[in-house]
Design a protein around this ligand. Structure first.
Ligand code: PLP
Length: 390
């Protein structure tokens, strides 16, 4: 099988399994217990937090381990917006981009429906880029200078469907200049792009384990010290009160190990980007009518995405799977829906063309040979599907 769906998920790396194994078996202590077994678990958790903090360039106390990217996004949006408004009741607006993952978009929707916030959506251009000027205009809205009414703003680092990478330092600077907390969903960026939160200038950043060789069901949220956060899960006060519940020590160790190992992937990013570009050229050459989606160069090393106007994305996907090439039609997270992707329509792609979208996403170990085979099989699959539809 040629697996070209790494943006949906990745297998757990052997080194990660080895690192977490003791905490699932003989070192099974609860970090809150006051005996040796518990203290060992607490030390492992603290060590994992330190390691993850080293990768993100932050303090260990600025990290909250979560059950994944979705929970990290929920905690960022709701936790910051609710705390900010509690401190300053004028802060009633939430600003997000038009291409956010549902974990961010639906959290903003919840803040609107249940908590009475106003949600504003910054548009993107045809390449899925957010313009810092448009972002600034939306943040300023109708508020008098020096008195922002925005509780939190969120723009994703790299898009999961088309791979476009935003200029996060520029966007974060726009928000910082106005005293507005800025969150970025770095779930797809992790493992491929620098995650140094100080260099990015962000106040909050989400990561998910299963996109970078840790298990599904673990993630983390960075929240800059001093940014108030209202917890969503209450109980025993773990994670410094930000997220109660007995900590998943084994998975925290797994995520920290995967993040450390992903230092290698940053080096691989150059090699994989070159393979991606060759694959894009190959597909555009061989498949008549194929259109690249997302920015040509400001994109994840690991994502090549296209629309195939006039054909059916779903049929081509099934045809490719018969030839053992696995990819995705848009985003796995929105699977099961017949609606065209909101990301693609926000980029101005027609609904009928959006329904023909295919995404090929690569792991760090992808080879040129696999991508040449995939492009050849894609061209053949489009012809076969076309013949069936004719
Ligand atoms: N954000 C983005 C950009 C994603 O691609 C995903 C997963 O597909 C998530 C958030 C959700 O992460 P998780 O699957 O860990 O809940």
């Amino acid at each position: 099988m040629i697996f070209l769906d790494a943006a949906a998920t990745t297998p757990v790396r052997r080194e990660v399994i080895e690192a977490m194994w003791p905490y699932l078996t003989n070192q099974f202590g609860n970090p809150s217990s006051h005996h040796e077994l518990g203290e060992r678990a607490a030390r492992a958790l603290a060590d994992a937090r330190e390691k993850a903090a080293a990768v993100l360039g932050c303090r260990a106390g600025e990290l909250v381990f979560t059950s994944g990217g979705t929970e990290a996004d929920n905690l960022a949006l709701k936790g910051i917006a609710l705390a900010r408004r509690a401190a300053d009741p004028r802060r009633t607006r939430v600003v997000i981009s038009a291409i956010e993952h549902p974990a961010v978009a639906a959290s903003a929707g919840h803040l609107r429906r249940v908590h009475g916030f106003t949600v504003e959506v910054v548009p993107v251009d045809a390449d899925a880029l957010v313009s810092p000027d448009a972002f600034a205009g939306m943040l300023d809205g109708g508020a008098p200078a020096g008195a922002s009414d925005v509780a939190v703003a969120s723009v994703m680092y790299a898009n999961n469907e088309v791979g476009t990478v935003q200029d996060i330092p520029a966007l974060a600077a726009v928000a910082r200049g106005r005293g507005i907390p800025f969150h970025t969903d770095a779930v797809q960026a992790a493992g491929w792009l620098p995650l140094d939160v100080r260099a990015l200038g962000v106040d909050a950043l989400s990561v998910s384990g299963h996109k970078l060789g840790a298990p599904k069901g673990v993630g983390l949220l960075y929240v800059r010290g001093g940014v108030p956060l209202e917890p969503l899960v209450h109980g025993g006060g773990q994670e410094r009160g930000a997220r109660s519940g007995t900590e998943n020590v084994a998975f925290a160790v797994a995520l920290a190990t995967a993040l450390e190992l992903s230092g290698d992937a940053l080096e691989t990013a150059g090699r994989v980007s070159a393979l991606r570009d060759a694959f894009i050229d190959d597909v555009l050459d061989r498949v008549p009518g194929a259109v690249l989606t997302g920015h040509r160069t400001r994109r994840l090393p690991s994502v090549a995405s296209f629309t195939l106007p006039g054909t059916s994305g779903e049929s081509v996907l099934l045809e490719l799977e018969r030839q053992s090439v696995v990819c995705s039609s848009g985003s796995a997270c929105a699977a099961g829906s017949d609606e065209p992707s909101p990301v693609l329509t926000a980029m101005g792609i027609r609904r009928e063309d959006a329904q023909t979208a295919l995404r090929f996403s690569f792991g760090a170990f992808i080879t040129e040979e696999e991508l040449v085979t995939a492009a050849t099989e894609l061209a053949a699959a489009v012809v076969r599907v076309g013949a069936l539809r004719a």
